[in-house]
Design a protein around this ligand. Structure first.
Ligand SMILES: C[S@@+](CC[C@H](N)C(=O)[O-])C[C@H]1O[C@@H](n2cnc3c(N)ncnc32)[C@H](O)[C@@H]1O
Length: 209
């Protein structure tokens, strides 16, 4: 599907929710309840765009039937755009903040009810959202993992790198702003892509042997 259609889907599914507002109100509420962990930079919010997502995924050369993960999926734009732009078998979003996860579940329900039937032709991508800490999540079935990691802190990146090293051979990892240094995560490309908040570098790696 081309990005124009992903744009139209964005207008239908996401016009009623503002991820930045949902994230900041949700974090304030949790802070008020004493859940201080949500104050850190890891939870800084920003989103992908339809044309950005196409550019982000292209260097990983998604193949039919592969499995895609967005680590820190927010309201679910990365997952929905990936599922509409490339022939993935399954697209999964993992988000810890309950308010953002709740929005992504509503988006998924509307995607199933309003978008999929409109296309027909047997187009039936499997979309899932899980409310989990991706540092503890199992995403070992991933072929392509994306993380909008611009504000992820050093400790979280070190944890993620260990999890990326344990992915299956041939899996690709795509990171916004951050880079990896590992003998088994081979650098493929770095390019500049557009996001909701401006442009940033996107680096793609392949899990080798
Ligand atoms: C920059 S936003 C990206 C949102 C979405 N991936 C996109 O690009 O449109 C990063 C997201 O990661 C989430 N996040 C941060 N740390 C997390 C963790 N340990 N587990 C799950 N989600 C996390 C934040 O709440 C935030 O929604």
């Amino acid at each position: 599907m081309d990005p124009t259609i992903a744009h139209a889907i964005q207008a239908i599914l996401f016009s009623q929710s503002n991820g930045h507002t949902v994230s900041s109100q949700g974090r304030s509420r949790l802070l008020g309840e004493g859940a201080l962990k949500y104050s850190d930079g890891n939870f800084t919010y920003g989103e992908v765009t339809p044309e950005g997502m196409e550019q982000i995924l292209a260097p990983a050369i998604p193949r039919e039937g592969e499995v895609f993960y967005d680590l820190g999926s927010g309201t679910g734009k990365g997952v929905i755009f990936a599922s509409t732009l490339f022939p993935f078998k399954k697209c999964v979003g993992i988000e810890l903040l309950p308010d953002l996860h709740a929005v992504s579940q509503e988006v998924r329900d509307r995607f199933e009810r309003e978008i999929k039937p409109a296309f027909g032709n047997g187009w039936d991508p499997n979309v899932e959202f899980r409310q989990e800490d991706f540092a503890d999540s199992d995403f070992s079935d991933a072929d392509i993992v994306f993380a909008h990691a611009t504000c992820f802190e050093e400790g979280l990146m070190a944890t993620l790198q260990r999890k990326f090293e344990a992915l299956k051979e041939g899996a690709r990892v795509i990171l916004v702003t951050k880079t990896l240094s590992s003998p088994i995560l081979q650098w493929l490309t770095t390019s500049v892509c557009p996001f909701s908040w401006g442009s940033a570098t996107v680096s793609c790696y392949r899990r080798g042997t």
